[in-house]
Design a protein around this ligand. Structure first.
Ligand code: SF4
Ligand code: SF4
Ligand code: SF4
Length: 279
């Protein structure tokens, strides 16, 4: 069985150096989006941020929920919780309805509004690195161990051990152990989580109910519109694909004609045009 991975972020250890932010930018080849990393916000070009809140530095990134609402509302299965932990995105399936953005209780997925063929963007828990047996880029560079990568179960044990060892220091809770049914990203803090900007009003169970509430709030014309947009996108894509194939076929024929023209024609053989016209 694949062991599920995760991250443990401990706000008492974070010094706000921004190395995790920079490593994420580098790993995902994302451009600079702020003059100072502490000023940046999550966007289609920024998958994690470090904020100063409640007198502490705190990270924000996709929580990689155990039962992700973003995936359960997606009508085409473009988001998927994988066995090793990452919630990944299949851009080729996405029809751009953006239900995932509406449904995420942490406000994580962002949309490439400026692009002709926009995608949803978010942290993927460095899924390719995990598959290669490596830690996430952000955890690898963290100089203090504030962001720690490991097996989710072992991280939970470690978080419990820290709470036991320093009961006066920590808020007696592992954030992400139960919220919305549990998350692969876990948090520890010595100040209340709401002061760090984390919601403490979330249900302990997964949010299938929310899924239906969200879908009920979406008027039919939006659903019809999304399907239409999806159809238009498919037709446009298909047309481009057909044009590309036609162009390739034309080029292939032209180069065949040119190379055939240079060859001496054996006596009694078929002409080039005969060959081109044959099935
Ligand atoms: S935090 Fe939001 S985007 Fe990330 S897995 Fe959970 S529901 Fe999906
Ligand atoms: S896990 Fe990877 S994609 Fe997610 S914040 Fe860290 S470096 Fe970025
Ligand atoms: S690299 Fe570690 S210490 Fe630096 S900001 Fe990120 S979590 Fe905090």
């Amino acid at each position: 069985m694949v062991s599920q991975k995760g991250l443990l972020f401990d706000a008492t250890l974070c010094i706000g150096c921004g190395a995790c932010y920079e490593a994420c930018k580098e790993r995902n080849r994302l451009p600079t989006t702020a003059t100072h990393f502490l000023e940046d916000r999550l966007s289609d070009q920024t998958y994690t941020v470090v904020k100063k809140r409640g007198g502490r530095f705190v990270r924000q990134l996709c929580m990689h929920c155990e039962v992700p609402t973003c995936a359960s509302v997606c009508p085409v299965g473009a988001l998927e919780k994988t066995a090793p932990g990452p919630v990944i995105y299949h851009e080729e399936r996405c029809i751009g309805c953006r239900y995932c953005m509406l449904a995420c209780p942490f406000g994580i997925p962002k949309y490439e509004w400026r692009k002709i063929l926009p995608r949803v963007r978010k942290c993927d828990l460095c899924a390719d690195r995990l598959a290669a047996g490596r830690p996430t880029a952000c955890a690898e560079v963290c100089p203090t161990g504030a962001t720690k990568f490991g097996d989710r179960q072992e991280l939970i044990e470690e978080a419990r051990a820290r709470l036991r060892a320093h009961p006066q220091k920590y808020v007696p809770r592992i954030y992400g152990l139960e919220e919305v049914g549990g998350t692969s990203v876990l948090l520890l803090s010595d100040v209340p989580f709401e002061r760090l900007g984390y919601r403490t009003d979330l249900l302990r169970e997964p949010l299938p109910l929310l899924t239906w509430q969200v879908l009920q709030k979406i008027p039919n014309f939006v659903i019809v519109g999304s399907v239409l947009l999806g159809g238009i996108w498919w037709i446009t894509n298909r047309r481009q694909e057909v044009q590309r194939r036609e162009r390739e076929e034309r080029d292939r024929r032209r180069s065949f004609e040119e190379s055939s023209r240079d060859l001496p024609e054996p006596p009694g053989s078929s002409s080039t045009s005969d060959l081109m016209d044959s099935p």
